[in-house]
Design a protein around this ligand. Structure first.
Ligand code: ATP
Ligand code: MG
Length: 393
């Protein structure tokens, strides 16, 4: 019996004249996601079908598809010949096997089920309800399940298609939802080694934004291992974002200059202003239309309204902060779900934590920040040099 994975995609973005654009973007993202796993891919009537894979990669394919934005749901199904004239022998066999399986897994006391038949093949002279009632008998014979069309614990689906094949399944796995990555411009993600920014990447990719990541490193104050951690986070989150370039900016000289010339309480604000300056230039180079951070309101001194106002003063693009209203708990839950949490909490230093003042200004005044920052006379030169020495991963 052949296995097939049915892939359903959201209807919302498929309305109107952009339909084929979204669809082909999604197809290309799926193909990239399944790269290296042998399979065939078809589309028909608003669904995709992944077939001809071996049993040992089945769960890997499902796992990867669950991370592709734009997919609404998935089902793992048996693909069997319809053979109506012979009384659907293959479908019956498949339903029986499914019933036996579910019976074995079942822990409910009084499991209820229904059979839902979709009959695209209109040559069959029975109604869907008649066929469903017939198939329901097979479930009853092979399990302890009883029929309840309204309040059921298990649903057996039988899709009888026009081409002589039918799909039998009971599971509907939710996909990642969202829009296919690439349909909402490109953004430059400020990726630290922390918990928040990988989650911010996930959130923006979910709305279809393609990302390039930028990381500020301050060797020797930050280690090679700290950088490696950022590369790892990039790799993990790439399953959702599709391929994401990582640019590592040498930030040491800028931090030393700020440390030397500016009041300690403004250190963080000014540092972040430099990050935005550099990010803006890099954004233009990489055709990014927005800058993304993992900031959340009030989380730390640099994430107050005043701090953000002072910071974004130097940005030439809109700054998107998808986690702005998230509690840390909510972000952590999401980080665990997408698989970045364990790496994020590895204890490596971040450039933000070096020269950290005891009392950073919580409400930096923009005028003051602008004024004290002028004491770094070679700011433009430092910025240019940092950009020149970017390493690409
Ligand atoms: P995170 O968990 O993402 O590190 P955080 O709660 O530690 O965030 P901050 O350190 O203040 O908060 O950083 C706020 C945001 O600034 C981060 O989410 C990230 O987008 C950006 N950022 C901070 N440090 C760096 C860095 N070294 N390189 C690139 N971006 C950074
Ligand atoms: Mg951080």
């Amino acid at each position: 019996m052949a296995r097939v994975i049915i892939v359903r995609y959201g209807e919302i973005f498929l309305k109107g004249k952009n339909k084929s654009y979204f669809e082909s973007l999604l197809v290309s993202n799926i193909k990239n996601a399944l790269n290296g796993l042998k399979h065939t891919f078809n589309r028909s009537q608003g669904r995709f079908f992944v077939e001809n894979f071996s049993a040992d990669v089945e769960s890997e394919i499902v796992d990867r598809l669950k991370k592709v934005f734009g997919i609404y749901s998935l089902s793992l199904a048996d693909k069997v010949e319809t053979k109506f004239e012979a009384g659907f022998p293959k479908i019956r066999e498949s339903i029986k096997a499914l019933a036996l399986n579910l019976e074995e897994e079942n822990t409910l006391k009084t499991p209820k089920f229904r059979v839902t038949v979709k009959r695209a093949d209109k040559r069959i002279p029975l109604t869907s309800a008649e066929i469903a009632a017939d198939f329901g008998g097979i479930v009853i014979e092979n399990s302890s399940f009883t029929v309840d069309l309204k309040h059921f614990d298990y649903e057996f689906f039988v899709d009888i298609r026009e081409n002589g094949w039918s799909f039998v399944y009971s599971n509907v796995i939710m996909g990642a939802g969202g829009l296919p990555v690439g349909c909402s411009n490109r953004g430059l993600l400020l990726l630290s080694g922390g918990i928040d920014s990988p989650v911010a990447a996930y959130m923006m990719a979910k709305r279809g934004m393609k990302l390039v990541a930028i990381h500020f490193a301050s060797p020797p104050y930050t280690s090679e291992r700290a950088k490696q951690k950022v590369v790892e986070l990039r790799d993990i989150v790439s399953a959702y974002t599709t391929e994401m370039k990582l640019l590592v900016v040498p930030f040491t000289d800028i931090q030393l200059a700020i440390h030397e010339h500016c009041p300690a309480e403004y250190m963080i604000t000014i540092m972040r202003r430099f990050m935005m300056r550099i990010a803006s230039i890099v954004a233009e180079q990489y055709d990014c239309k927005a800058i993304i951070t993992g900031e959340s309101l009030g989380q730390v001194a640099s994430q107050t309204v005043e701090s953000m106002t002072s910071t974004e003063d130097t940005a030439l693009y809109p700054i998107f902060r998808p986690l702005i209203a998230f509690d840390k708990e909510e972000t952590m839950t999401l980080a665990k779900r997408i698989g970045t949490f364990e790496t994020s909490i590895e204890p490596f230093e971040d450039c933000c934590t070096i020269f950290l003042p005891k009392n950073p200004s919580i409400k930096p005044k923009l005028d003051t920040v602008r004024r004290v920052e002028k004491d770094i006379k070679n700011a433009d030169e430092l910025v240019a040099k940092a950009i020149e020495n970017i390493e690409i991963y």
